[in-house]
Design a protein around this ligand. Sequence first.
Ligand code: CP
Ligand code: NVA
Length: 301
Amino acid sequence: MDFVNVADLGHDGLAEVLDLAAEVKTNRASVAGSRKGLRVGLFFEKPSTRTRVSCEVATTDLGMVPFVLKQDEVGLGKREAVEDVGRVLDRYLDVLAFRVFDHQNLVALADNAEAPVINLLCDLEHPCQALADLQTVAEHRPLAGATVAFIGDGNNVCNSLMIAGTMMGTNINVASPAGNEPTEAMLATARAGATGGAEIMVTNDPAAAVAGADAVYTDVWASMGQEDEAAARKAKFEPFQVNSELFEQAADDAIFMHCLPAHRGDEVTDAVADHARSRIFDQAENRMHAFKALLLYLTRD
Ligand code: CP
Ligand code: NVA
């Protein structure tokens, strides 16, 4: 089975991976070396710190062998057709994990490899991030009935959080500038998979999204590959900054979340990023536990 879209796990699979992530965090030694000898490809078409290192550490903790590949050497879709890269790597490796620009390349890889294909971020989704995000929310309060406010661009991180969150019964309030809301297709996927009456609010008003929320989440205004749009986006997204005034409108015990890297002073102020209730580094740590749980799940007998 592949993990190209966060919904690929289904409700029960997602619940199992999240339980496993909590378990391996508490008892790291319990699964050490338990997948000895399996080989994992980790491919990056874009920069990465957390994903690259957390996935490499999770892999080696399980006794698996990571092979890190970069676009400048592989030339995915340039030096070689995406389909052929999938067919070739499938002959060597037991898991193929890819960070790419175009979601369709993940679909092509999955269609041409028997090994599980994992999405390490693309234009549409960041499903491994969503696993760590939900693990972090669950450490604060039960997912069912919780409300997470996502403030910013309705793209990859928002999409996976929205779909995975509602699958687990978490309400998601999204506040984006007009034109940067999640697409109707992504909203439809999220609504179709929602459990426990979880609801999605989409608004252009950050205060409306944050009011009473259990967690406030933001992401960069210009994603990787959108650097030339940064100035125009900054002007458009300025009213969506998560600062103390906005954060104070959430629940009294609300946590702050960010997938990182953060552009401090843009989408979040230092006061919020470094707040006593900021959980951004727990989130980053959870990337490792969540990826380990995912690997265990995808390579089980
Ligand atoms: N959150 C995240 O995916 O970080 P990196 O881009 O550093 O991997
Ligand atoms: N939306 C951001 C997430 C980085 C982890 C990007 O795609 O660059």
